[in-house]
Design a protein around this ligand. Structure first.
Ligand code: MN
Length: 415
């Protein structure tokens, strides 16, 4: 009889429930939604650096930004569109003819035309009726198609909108020639099960030829919901490197890609071994630090300290690692600290060809534990205080703002 496998893989048991397209298109939103994160701003040069690396890694489609936002943003989109990237460059537009025109002028080959779909957005934000949204959407999709663009149609807040309106709106833009449609969980309230129901209903009513999803992470479910959408047949998931994005961010590029590649064995075409490099570049240029315990790219994602764990890892990495760190371009770290055990020390001592007696090893272990337990936390506390000062309230301070108000010459009305 064959020896049993070292670990069981139950993903095979759910294979028949999955309808993941063979040609998944990773649609990166780091330079658009990611940049909309409070305090984040990329210069055109920084956008180009990130886009070039993404392109090298094999990200097939990236949103460069919204040209009508500012002259600098238009310049950034234009630079990316003309940089000769292997990635397709997309730019976004509201359902406003001038927005579409700006995308056409930028030279981007792809456009995402977006409008809100829920009643709360229509009534309080857009101040438009469903009929107005419908006709503006039709007109701008027609305009973009006539200009020869690949058109994705996006609604914000799709999953809180009346389904009958969602159905009419998407059917209308598909009639106008939209190539791809995007369903958004703009405030991140879906759960995998409910999202699956929503997408099945959407599929039944709209029959989209090509579906994409945009999931936010307000409840920490962005990646899970995105995976659910892929399992339900969505082709082009929206992702952001390091999970950047509005509020709690979007589905993280590295998480979605590794779920597909490492858990399901689905090829995304990305060179995963360079994802850590991409993650670090985005961390540096966005100025948003990656959480230490962030999946895959956080400092702790492949670090081990606890004695039982390091002992296991040293015996066989499958004991406490779901994938080899090299897969995302990282290396395993053995941390010496309070929770360290003898196995880790013995392993470390091999670097000096030392094989100490048990009492010496025990003494060394006590010293390592004592040293790390008694270490001052001052430096760390000072760092955290500085972190809170910088990130607790990005953007202008009140003092800076009111000085600006005074300089502009806006005065309070006095009786
Ligand atoms: Mn968003």
């Amino acid at each position: 009889m064959d020896a049993p496998p070292l670990v069981e893989n139950y993903h095979a048991a759910t294979a028949s429930d999955r309808r993941i397209p063979a040609d998944v298109v990773i649609w990166d939103e780091t330079l658009r939604d990611g940049e909309q994160m409070p305090g984040v701003h990329f210069s055109p040069e920084e956008k180009l650096r990130i886009a070039e690396l993404m392109s090298e890694i094999g990200v097939p489609l990236l949103n460069a930004g919204i040209p009508v936002v500012s002259a600098e943003e238009a310049r950034a989109v234009e630079r990316l569109a003309h940089a000769g990237l292997r990635a397709k460059v997309l730019a976004a537009a509201r359902t406003v003819p001038a927005d579409v025109e700006a995308v056409v002028r930028s030279g981007a080959s792809h456009i995402a035309i977006f409008v809100a779909a829920s009643e709360v957005h229509l009534r309080y934000k857009l101040k438009m009726t469903q009929e107005q949204v419908l006709s503006a959407s039709r007109a701008t999709v027609r305009q973009a198609k006539a200009a020869g663009l690949h058109v994705a149609f996006v609604t914000e807040d799709t999953v809180r909108a009346p389904f009958d309106f969602v159905e009419r709106l998407y059917r209308a833009v598909l009639e106008e020639g939209a190539d791809r449609v995007v369903v958004s969980d703009t405030v991140g309230i879906m759960t995998p099960l409910t999202f699956r129901w929503f997408l099945r209903e959407f599929d039944r009513r709209v029959h989209p030829p090509d579906l994409s999803v945009h999931c936010h992470n307000d409840f920490g479910l962005a990646t899970a919901n995105t995976l659910t959408a892929l399992e339900a047949g969505a082709r082009a998931p929206h992702v952001c490197v390091n999970g950047l994005g509005e509020r709690a961010g979007n589905a993280a590029l590295e998480e979605v890609v590794l779920c597909l590649e490492a858990l399901y064995g689905v090829k995304t075409g990305l060179r995963t071994e360079r994802l850590y490099e991409l993650s670090q570049l985005v961390e540096e240029l966005s100025g948003v630090p990656i959480a230490a315990n962030k999946a895959l790219v956080g400092y702790n994602a492949f670090s081990h300290e606890a004695g039982i764990h390091t002992h296991g890892i040293l015996a066989h990495t499958l004991t406490y690692e779901p994938l080899q760190p090299e897969v995302v371009g990282r290396a395993r770290q053995m941390i010496l600290g309070k929770h360290t055990g003898k196995a880790a020390l013995a392993e470390k001592l091999k670097e000096r060809n030392a094989t100490p007696s048990d009492p010496l090893l025990a003494e060394l272990l006590q010293r390592v534990k004592r040293e790390t337990e008694s270490r001052s936390k001052e430096e760390l506390r000072a760092f955290l205080a500085e972190y809170r000062r910088l990130f607790g309230r990005p953007g202008l301070s009140d003092a800076e703002f009111w000085r600006m108000v005074d300089e502009v010459g806006i005065r309070a009305v006095t009786a």
